[in-house]
Design a protein around this ligand. Sequence first.
Ligand code: HSE
Length: 312
Amino acid sequence: MTTINQGKSIRVFSPATVSNVGSGFDIMGFAIEGAGDILEMELRNDSRLNVENLTGAALPEKIEDNVIYPVIKALQKELGVDIGMNIRFRKKINPGSGLGSSAASSVAVAYGFNKLLGSPLIKKELIDYAREGEKLASGSAHADNIAPCMLGGFVIIRSYHPLDIIEIPYPETLYCSIVFPDISIDTKKGRSVLNKSNSLKDTITQTGNAAGLVAGLMMNDYELIGRSMVDVIAEPRRKDMIPGFDNIRKAALNKNSLGCNISGSGPSVFALSTDKTTATEIKEAMVMAVMETGHKCQSWVSPISKNGVCEI
Ligand code: HSE
């Protein structure tokens, strides 16, 4: 049931996410630790949405261009409420990083608004509303960042029509190394370079690898995970947008990474490995490879985070 309690506030953390995971274009993603958005929200006594940017990258000037706008509008309609919020962004994942920036903001407001209204919807139900933000940002309502950001863990989108979200187990010790070179790739642009249709051969290769990746994760089979992290659909058409991508991957594989791919539509690149020490060595090697291109980068080492968006 929806309960309106004007002035009620909440502080929410929503994690960065790695989507596609090589062979799972638009259908796989996982949450990471240590990077994400923090949003503070407060119910107003009128229907206005007021956004304040306290730190981090700039927000769109017009509220209608902010990913949070269609998410809140969709929830207001669904819940039959006309109440607005004051929203303060405290820390943001850079837009165009490939780490689920628009998903993190969309998920944070969906979760926060719902919670402030007495949690009439459960997290899984909120995914569809949060997708409205992704649709505004990229023209496509893909859920492979939204779903892991909401739920945490490793998530598969088995179907979009209807939405069918599967959370799967994965090895506890699986670690991820990430580099984010200092360029920005708009997801719209990242999607515009893709073929509208793919050959039967590529479809079979991609499906085989996606199935292998899921099996590897569920059977704790690291070698199978590694040899399944192959993307023949998006990565070949996107990698030239990332300076030194082949060398970054080579550096990761030389340090015993299981596999290395573009995170989302890039420019971030991630590699998986079996433990934290290896993941740290991989990260350092990937950072060196980025620096050789003359670019700076941010970098992270993280397990797959069990936690999705949460109140803090
Ligand atoms: N699956 C999406 C893509 C993720 O690769 O375009 C980026 O948001």
